[in-house]
Design a protein around this ligand. Structure first.
Ligand code: CAA
Length: 390
């Protein structure tokens, strides 16, 4: 039985910052951000968007009524959870009107959470072939103003519907993975900003990729020539390129050209969104599928997932016939076109505008936020969500 990605949706907040303007404000050569890091724009969430609303907005246009009846498992991957107890997925389950006969959980392992969710979904479908699983990957990457990680922030969510006989990509059975207890990037419970050992995190990302790639080749006998494209977790787009370059000499000039060209397509959305942590790999896959016109059905795509702390996994999928007809290209193009630029001053103000943590009540101005699903305020220590289309 084929199991894999049947539908894929994406949402980013309506505001963005131009990286060249951030560079100018920080007295940094803009080429460092646009070439050295490989980022052009950074998506910025207003206070009316959190990991719940981003995920719900990503899935909103993608699910049919039939899907909502068939979904019996909602898995929410995030490292920007809004509650230490209740799963963010339960809010989304309600906001989207998914039937009550479903399990819902939140999964956390830094940027790897959604990959764990996809593998759990695959096992669930293998046992329950008629069910569908909604996997949500939603995060807000916050390092802080004037920090080393500032240029690698971002916000957004990817929603994936996993089922049998998938319309977009069938997941293959072999995957290779590893865990090692390291402190490259982490966020203690008391902090709303991440801590990072930047250079070490880059090194570990490459080391994990090398290991799981080597294990994958050994396990399957496949090599670089068996791949049409490789998609990477993209904390910033140069990172995936650095990893890809480490294996260029394993193939011919033709392999190198194909993988490099497809890499550029797979990084296009990430270049203008920034890091969305656990959704970044799936945004990169979406970017490849929507921006590259002529990928053939049957092509094998490799996916490298990395979650600091750290867990890494390499797994693969096969593109299905007619997959392009099942993408939401028009919707995503409109979403990108409608985004509004903010100045560095506005960005700094929005960044500092956070929710009260002392239990006080607050009503937020949701009129300024064009998203269908917004956070409207806080009351009695409960987040108040609104679906404007209901
Ligand atoms: N023109 C062109 N390129 C320039 C340049 C210029 N004027 N100035 C600098 N550069 C290049 C540098 O040569 C360097 O390129 P290489 O990496 O290819 O050598 C690149 O720009 C970055 O320069 P620095 O290393 O000096 O940058 P930095 O000290 O500001 O740190 C960073 C960069 C470590 C990525 C930092 O932004 C950071 O800590 N980010 C957050 C952590 C992160 O994203 N880690 C990635 C792996 S961990 C992970 O993947 C999980 C996750 O999501 C966080």
């Amino acid at each position: 039985m084929k199991i894999g990605i049947d539908k894929i949706g994406f949402y980013a907040p309506h505001l963005y910052l131009d990286m060249k303007k951030l560079a100018a404000a920080r007295n940094i050569d803009p080429d460092k951000f646009t070439i050295g890091i490989g980022q052009e724009k950074m998506a910025l969430p207003p206070v009316t968007q959190d990991s719940v609303t981003l995920a719900a907005n990503a899935a909103l246009n993608m699910l049919s009524e039939k899907d909502k009846q068939a979904i019996d498992f909602v898995i929410f991957g995030t490292e920007s959870g809004i509650d230490n107890s209740k799963s963010a997925g339960v809010y989304v389950h309600h906001l989207l009107g998914i039937n009550p006969r479903a399990r819902t959980v939140e999964v956390k392992q830094a940027c790897y959470g959604a990959t764990a969710g996809i593998q759990m979904a695959k096992g669930h479908i293998a046992l329950n072939p008629d069910s569908k699983v909604l996997v949500l990957a939603s995060d807000i990457a916050r390092y802080g103003l004037n920090t080393g990680g500032e240029s690698t922030q971002g916000a957004g969510a990817v929603a994936l519907l996993v089922s049998k006989d998938p319309q977009i990509m069938a997941l293959e059975d072999t995957s290779t993975y590893m865990t090692s207890d390291i402190m490259d990037f982490w966020r203690p419970i008391y902090s709303d900003k991440a801590f990072v050992d930047g250079k070490f995190s880059n090194e570990q990302y490459i080391a994990f990729f090398s290991q799981v790639w080597a294990n994958y080749k050994e396990k399957t006998g496949h090599s670089i020539k068996d791949f049409e494209a490789l998609c990477f977790h993209l904390p910033y787009t140069k990172m995936g390129l650095k990893a890809l370059r480490t294996i260029f000499d394993e193939g011919s000039e033709e392999d190198k050209e194909r993988l490099f060209d497809n890499y550029q397509h797979s990084a296009r959305y990430n270049r203008v969104v920034g890091n969305i942590y656990t959704g970044s790999l799936y945004l990169s896959l979406l970017s490849l599928l929507e921006n590259k016109q002529n990928l053939k059905a049957g092509s094998r795509i490799g996916l490298f997932s990395y979650g600091s702390g750290a867990v890494g996994e390499f797994f693969t999928g096969i593109l299905q016939p007619g997959y392009r007809e099942h993408l939401q290209m028009e919707h995503h193009t409109k979403l990108f076109e409608a985004r509004q630029e903010v100045s560095v001053e506005e960005y700094e103000q929005i960044f500092e505008e956070t929710l009260p943590v002392d239990g006080s009540t607050i009503e937020l101005d949701i009129e300024k936020d064009p998203a269908a699903i917004c956070l409207a305020g806080l009351e009695n220590n409960k987040r108040q969500y609104i679906n404007k289309v209901n």
